[in-house]
Design a protein around this ligand. Structure first.
Ligand SMILES: NC(=O)c1ccc[n+]([C@@H]2O[C@H](COP(=O)([O-])OP(=O)(O)OC[C@H]3O[C@@H](n4cnc5c(N)ncnc54)[C@H](O)[C@@H]3O)[C@@H](O)[C@H]2O)c1
Length: 271
């Protein structure tokens, strides 16, 4: 199921975590390049307002709405306001996510649960909120879920995050299977970014151990020094969606490497 540029223009896009980074760039590109109406949804209302103002300042249409994607009532309130104002979205972007560093045995249960609640449950709650209206319109639609290259790889010191990114990746795959089984005109793409220059590690939690703090600041510097820009990610993401790609890789060589390592690890000892 491939959505075309003509199916986007004039229709709404709802982006979670759109107050910053990748979500902000996706909302901006949708509104300014593709002439969509962007619902800029974020738990940080001030950030969302700034992004919506930048979009309208550039001649696009946008509205900032506050949402906590981990809270079912908050997501339902977002759905009611967005559907009332603009109708069913052509594009739904489940993007809100938070990082956390620290070894498994250092993590407090509430911190683990918060990461899963935002990164995984948030995507589920957004999808279940908006898909009934998207299915009802019978117009083509698309769901983009932001996983990560961390959704296809394994590493030390980021267990809570990596588990959540694998989970949202599998969630998106199972959502695609459900939509195909229902013969829906709604496609699904999974965004797997490598390093992107955003504030995710400035806002990230850590277990507070020296190792976890060191890793958080090393990863923040890595994104600042080596990351591609959120605008580059948005360009790659829209090209991928319009080509009907299931998998959208921003760093394909790195993806290829981690996938071959992962496959070798998974299949070791099968025979
Ligand atoms: N930056 C990277 O290198 C990178 C790499 C791979 C994947 N990602 C993924 O990209 C997505 C966006 O991250 P980013 O790097 O743009 O980060 P960011 O911190 O710049 O933006 C994330 C936004 O999500 C919002 N948010 C946090 N909790 C929320 C909640 N409960 N409800 C609604 N909004 C909430 C934040 O306020 C923030 O504005 C995340 O899912 C992240 O895992 C980022």
């Amino acid at each position: 199921m491939t959505i075309h540029a003509d199916d986007l223009a004039g229709r709404p896009i709802v982006v979670s975590g759109a107050g910053s980074g990748i979500g902000a760039a996706l909302a901006y590109r949708a509104a300014v390049e593709h002439r969509m109406t962007a619902v800029v949804a974020d738990v940080d209302a001030a950030r969302a307002e700034q992004v919506a103002a930048a979009i309208t300042g550039a001649g696009g249409k946008a509205q900032a709405l506050a949402v906590d994607v981990s809270d079912p009532a908050s997501v339902d309130a977002l759905r009611a306001r967005a559907l009332d104002a603009y109708g069913a979205p052509a594009l739904l972007v489940c993007n809100a996510g938070v990082e956390m560093t620290g070894a498994v045995w250092e993590i407090e249960p509430r911190d683990w649960q918060r990461v899963q609640a935002i990164n995984v449950n948030g995507a589920f709650l957004m999808a279940r909120a908006f898909l009934p209206a998207m299915l009802q319109t019978e117009q083509p639609g698309h769901v983009l879920c932001t996983s990560s290259i961390g959704g296809i790889s394994i590493g030390a010191g980021q267990s809570a995050y990596l588990v959540s990114k694998h989970a949202i990746r599998v969630f998106a795959q199972t959502l695609a299977a459900d939509l195909e089984a229902a013969d829906a005109r709604i496609g699904v793409s999974i965004l797997l970014p490598g390093a992107v220059r955003t504030r995710i590690f400035d806002d990230a939690a850590s277990t507070g151990s020296a190792g976890a703090e060191e890793m958080r600041s090393a990863l923040a510097s890595h994104l600042a020094n080596d990351g591609i820009t959120p605008e580059q990610v948005a360009e790659i993401a829209f090209a991928g969606v319009l080509e009907g790609r299931r998998w959208i890789h921003t760093h394909p060589e790195m993806s290829e490497q981690v996938l071959s390592e992962h496959l070798a690890d998974l299949t070791a000892g099968v025979r």
